[in-house]
Design a protein around this ligand. Structure first.
Ligand SMILES: NC(=O)c1ccc[n+]([C@@H]2O[C@H](COP(=O)([O-])OP(=O)(O)OC[C@H]3O[C@@H](n4cnc5c(N)ncnc54)[C@H](O)[C@@H]3O)[C@@H](O)[C@H]2O)c1
Length: 335
């Protein structure tokens, strides 16, 4: 099937589009990347999961390794060698999800710059050289910094307030340059507050998984500040759909999209609700810690562009989805 300009695709469309295509998923052993790999494997793509395992886990992809159309390539996105050349040769599509993440880069901003900016540039050069048909870049709402205009759309000023945000913005800028200078078919997806199974629950993980692990280990969930900071929690499978839609669409070339549910949930609400469901006599309560430096208080994300142009829909029933997902807490924590 050729690319589509329709705003929603059926399963048959997706199979027809991806079946037999060589796709590279960087960060494929991480939280979001492993879900992207999983869906592409099911659709019959020939999936190459490129990951240096600095944060990703073999266990996140172990269930796919028996499949003939799934391959793990343990490499750094910054590498420039013949293995990368072999990998990109004949590739149709790159889903670039590898990144050095926010909390880590507060400790090591140089690594953050190397991976999120330099690694992206490296992949773009390979994509151009080997004439890859599509490059989908995972970016972040952190490029906006503390939003000043609500709802926040893609035209908002870029004022990142973290090393991570700066380095991810640099990655975006390289993507744009390759589109403008060379016509590389690129799409930027700005993710926000993703949650779902296999998210890391250590101090570098997501708040839902961290609260879950603490409650199961009979520790109080810790809220930094007063807990009134809101997040636009976005179900990981909706982002998988956003990635597929970006690759399939004829309209997405050179575009950037907010990929967020648009819902607003306060951290305090999250902690109290998770305690209500999971506490089960552990006698836990919400604990308050010092506010985090650079923490953003308010998110009201405008997701109209991705809904209207790419037909991506977002689960609005955060509590229902969470309750269902938590029926298997081990799977949620990737154990
Ligand atoms: N989780 C969120 O809420 C969120 C929000 C906004 C944006 N994002 C973006 O989504 C993408 C995926 O994030 P995630 O939450 O799945 O994080 P993750 O840490 O689970 O996944 C990132 C993966 O990249 C790999 N990686 C890191 N450096 C690498 C390198 N130099 N070479 C190869 N692989 C490397 C890690 O091992 C890991 O498997 C990232 O680009 C991130 O910036 C995530």
């Amino acid at each position: 099937m050729s690319r589509t300009n329709s705003t929603s695709s059926t399963l048959e469309d997706k199979v027809e589009f991806f079946k037999g295509k060589k796709v590279i998923v960087t960060g494929g052993a991480g939280f979001i990347g492993s879900h992207v790999c999983e869906e592409l494997v099911l659709l019959g793509a020939n999936v190459f999961c490129l990951d240096d395992f600095s944060a990703g886990k073999r266990s996140n992809v172990a269930f796919m390794t028996e499949r003939a159309n799934f391959h793990v390539v343990a490499k750094d996105v910054c590498d420039d060698d013949s293995v990368m050349g072999d990998l990109f040769s004949g590739a149709d599509c790159v889903f670039h999800n590898a990144a050095s993440k926010k909390n880590v880069c507060l400790l090591d901003p140089r690594r953050d710059l190397q991976v999120n900016a330099g690694g992206t540039l490296n992949l773009l050069q390979y994509a151009l050289k080997f004439k890859v048909a599509k490059f989908v870049q995972a970016s972040t709402g952190s490029v906006y910094g503390e939003p000043k205009v609500f709802p926040t759309d893609e035209g908002h000023a870029f004022e990142p307030v973290s090393y991570y945000g700066v380095s991810k913005l640099a990655g975006e800028r390289y993507v744009d340059v390759f589109h403008k200078l060379y016509g590389l078919n690129t799409t930027i997806l700005r993710y926000f507050h993703v949650y779902g199974p296999r998210q890391e629950s250590n101090e570098f993980g997501g708040v839902v998984s961290i609260f879950l692990r603490r409650i199961l280990e009979s520790q109080n969930p810790v809220v930094f500040g007063d807990g009134h900071q809101v997040r636009s929690f976005t179900w990981v499978k909706d982002l998988v759909e956003a990635n597929l839609a970006a690759a399939m669409s004829t309209r997405s070339g050179g575009q950037a999209y907010n990929a967020a549910s648009g819902i607003q949930v306060s951290i305090l609400d999250l902690a109290t609700s998770m305690l209500r469901v999971l506490e089960q006599g552990r006698q836990l309560q919400v604990e308050f810690g010092d506010p985090l430096v650079g923490d953003i208080m308010n998110f009201e994300v405008d997701n109209r562009k991705i809904r209207e142009e790419l037909g991506v829909t977002f689960n609005q029933d955060f509590w229902g989805t969470l309750r269902l997902a938590l029926t298997n807490t081990d799977a949620f924590l990737g154990r």
